[in-house]
Design a protein around this ligand. Structure first.
Ligand code: ARG
Length: 464
């Protein structure tokens, strides 16, 4: 009978079925956590030595061996084999090959269940840091765009119908604020996951006198987790990241959609640089906004990753179940997708051209100052509902005459309300309409200046 040589094979007499070997292995996915696995093991070995669970010499032999494994991984000479099943066993096997049977002492007072929970958290903690940096880089490009285009007017929309004129800066800053919440969500997730599960062992803790405080603090965690069963059964941190990533992708997707619309010949508000577009193999005139389209598409992929893990976790009995090995692929996929999307977005916005004349012309065409005419009448004493009605009639008349509101003669305007005077023209241009909306958070010149100033100092605090 063929012998088993798996690290756990003591009670087995038959080898793993070949089909099972491949199906059961996670090494193709989890090998990217290898350096975090070693980071955790280095501290675990140190703790075992300090607590005299193994000798100090054994601990340092193990640590030296682990350092060598890390060097081999970084230089690319380390080979990951499917027979090792996962990254934890691959590292341990190589360690034992280097230092001999002492390597086998590393797994004292530890299980792969708490080990994988630790590695995954360490990996995601770094991933969340990268995401937050990428978010702030995108925010700073958005803020720069805004600062450069404060006086640029465009139609603001509801229902994709021209509603009221707004500053382009104000419009694009809406995304800055969405990203700020994304940043905070990622930060919240990072805070909540910052407790160390190592020492939970298989699920019940251990009879060895381990020092979980030592491990937690040396790995930069706030504290050890409080319940060993929850420690190995919990994947909330992965779900929280996926939820935050999904929301962030939804923001990128909405902006993508707008870039696609705004770059169409019909709008022509913006032009994406050639480096972010592709042509058509049949229609020579085409310049397709593939990158925003792809990002819009990839949001679906990240939502899928979230749904997959929610579904995997649902109904799992405590504590660890092998189902949970399915957790990493989607999380890594979401992390890669989100990071790439954020970075490519940053570069794309940096090189995008704004067609100011087209935006302004559009804002002037859509009767977007009708509310200002109504507000004008309200200031002259009319109830808003009546003003709304009178202006509605004026707009219908202007459409019929194929004129903009401000092109109507005073005598024409006065047929809709006797309250209208010559001074009305100071209110119903798009410039006046946008410039005067100075309620806090509004698009008006002064309110916008406050918003941009606050955003600038916010960015300074998060990027320092
Ligand atoms: N590869 C496993 C995973 O990713 C590691 C934990 C295995 N634990 C076990 N009891 N089989 O979930």
């Amino acid at each position: 009978m063929a012998k088993q040589n798996k690290l756990w094979a003591g009670r087995f007499s038959e080898p793993t079925d070949k089909l099972v070997e491949e199906f059961n292995a996670s090494i193709g996915i989890d090998q990217r956590m290898a350096l975090y696995d070693i980071e955790g093991s280095l501290v675990h070995a140190e703790m075992l030595g300090r607590q005299k669970i193994i000798t100090v010499e054994e601990a340092s032999t193990i640590q030296r061996g682990l350092q060598q494994v890390a060097t081999e991984i970084k230089s690319g000479v380390f080979t990951f084999n499917i027979e090792d099943e996962d990254v934890h066993m691959a590292v341990e096997r190589r360690l034992t090959a280097i230092v001999g049977p002492i390597g086998g002492k590393l797994h004292t007072a530890r299980s792969r269940n708490d080990q994988v929970a630790l590695d995954f958290r360490l990996y995601m903690r770094a991933g969340l840091r990268d995401v937050r940096i990428a978010i702030t880089q995108l925010q700073s490009v958005i803020l720069k765009l805004a600062e450069e285009h404060q006086g640029q007017l465009m139609p603001g929309y509801t229902h994709l119908q021209s509603a009221q004129p707004v500053s382009y800066a104000h419009y694009i800053m809406a995304y800055f604020h969405m990203l700020r919440r994304d940043y905070e969500r990622m930060g919240d997730a990072a805070e909540r996951m910052n407790y160390c599960p190592l020492g939970a062992c298989a699920l019940a803790g251990t009879t060895f006198p381990i020092d979980r405080e030592f491990i937690a603090s040396h790995l930069g965690f706030k504290a050890p987790t409080e319940n060993s069963i929850d420690s190995v059964a919990d994947r909330d941190f992965a779900l929280e990241f996926l939820a935050a990533a999904s929301i962030c992708m939804s923001h990128l997707s909405r902006l993508s959609e707008e870039l696609i619309i705004h770059s169409s010949a019909e709008f022509a508000f913006i032009e994406l640089s050639d480096g972010f577009c592709t042509g058509s193999s049949i229609m020579p005139q085409k310049k397709n906004p593939d990158i925003p389209e792809l990002i819009r598409g990839k949001s679906g992929r990240v939502y899928g990753d979230l749904l997959a893990l929610l579904t995997t976790m649902k109904g799992l009995p405590l504590a660890y179940n092998k189902d949970m090995q399915e957790d990493k692929e989607g999380v890594f996929d979401a992390l890669d997708t989100l990071l790439k999307s954020l970075r490519i977005f940053t570069a794309m916005l940096e090189r995008m051209k704004i067609n100011g004349a087209k935006m302004l012309e559009s804002a002037m065409r859509g009767y977007s100052t009708a509310t200002d005419l109504a507000d004008y009448l309200v200031r002259k004493g009319l109830a808003f509902r009546e003003a709304h009605h009178a202006v509605g009639k004026a707009v219908a008349y202007a459409i019929e005459q194929q004129k903009m509101l401000q092109e109507l003669l005073l005598s024409e305007l006065q047929t809709f309300s006797a309250l209208i005077d010559e001074d009305v023209y100071g209110y119903i241009t798009v410039e006046a309409s946008a410039a005067n909306r100075n309620s806090y958070g509004g698009t008006g010149v002064d309110a916008l200046a406050v918003q941009l100033k606050n955003a600038r100092s916010y960015l300074k605090t998060v990027t320092k």
